[in-house]
Design a protein around this ligand. Structure first.
Ligand SMILES: [Fe+2]
Ligand SMILES: [Fe+2]
Length: 211
């Protein structure tokens, strides 16, 4: 039976596999550097899908800001945050592969929307770009804190995921603080601008969790 299972395609649902199937899948078709793991539970699945989408969006937001402000006085600061977002995205892309999680079908939209949000606010000025950063990072820090509580409350907390999200949450908090330090609150229509962006981010999160 185990020998028969070895030949099964790697996307076969976990419920179809015996307890030895995780090991069989680990010897499957994934790249050598990212060993496949047993099929994740629904919580892990949802967390990885939505965080992958969020970090992709964040990468594109900072790319949009850099396209407009990259050569200005804020270029270095924004560039540093962008580098961290690229690393967050890279790590969630790895987790998506390792856990065989389906990415959100909204990926192409978040790609474009993220860039437009970053570039659009940057066109309004450096302070508006920072207001965008503050709004986005406020939502992401809250979102990561919610996830950390969910993971810790789960029967088998995934320690690696806890560590990853804790580190990223701290870096997102730094991005938020950088935005405040760089004058976000002096942006025109700061309150309205940040509320609209926060609402957009929360909607994107709710959608990406499910589809
Ligand atoms: Fe991030
Ligand atoms: Fe961030």
């Amino acid at each position: 039976m185990a020998a028969m299972l070895k030949g099964l395609p790697r996307l076969l649902p976990a419920r179809c596999l015996s307890s030895t199937a995780g090991g069989a899948a680990a010897t499957g078709t994934g790249p050598a550097t990212t060993p496949l793991r047993p099929r994740p539970n629904t919580l892990t699945d949802e967390i990885i899908r939505v965080d992958h989408a969020g970090e992709l969006g964040a990468d594109r937001i900072y790319a949009g800001q850099m396209a407009i402000l990259g050569n200005g006085p804020m270029g270095k600061t924004i560039g540093h945050m962008w580098e961290q977002e690229k690393e967050h995205r890279r790590q969630f892309e790895q987790l998506i592969q390792q856990h065989r999680v389906r990415p959100t079908i909204m990926t192409p939209l978040w790609n474009v929307a993220g860039f437009m949000l970053g570039a659009g606010t940057a066109l309004m000025g450096e302070k508006a770009a920072m207001a965008c950063t503050v709004a986005v990072e406020t939502v992401i820090v809250e979102h990561y804190n919610d996830q950390l509580r969910q993971i810790m409350d789960s029967p088998n907390p995934d320690k690696e995921l806890l560590q990853t999200i804790t580190k990223f949450r701290d870096e997102e908090q730094e991005h938020h603080d950088t935005g405040i330090d760089c004058g976000a609150e002096q942006a025109p229509f700061y309150q309205a601008l940040t509320e609209v962006i926060k609402f957009g981010c929360k909607t994107a999160i709710a959608i990406s969790k499910k589809i």
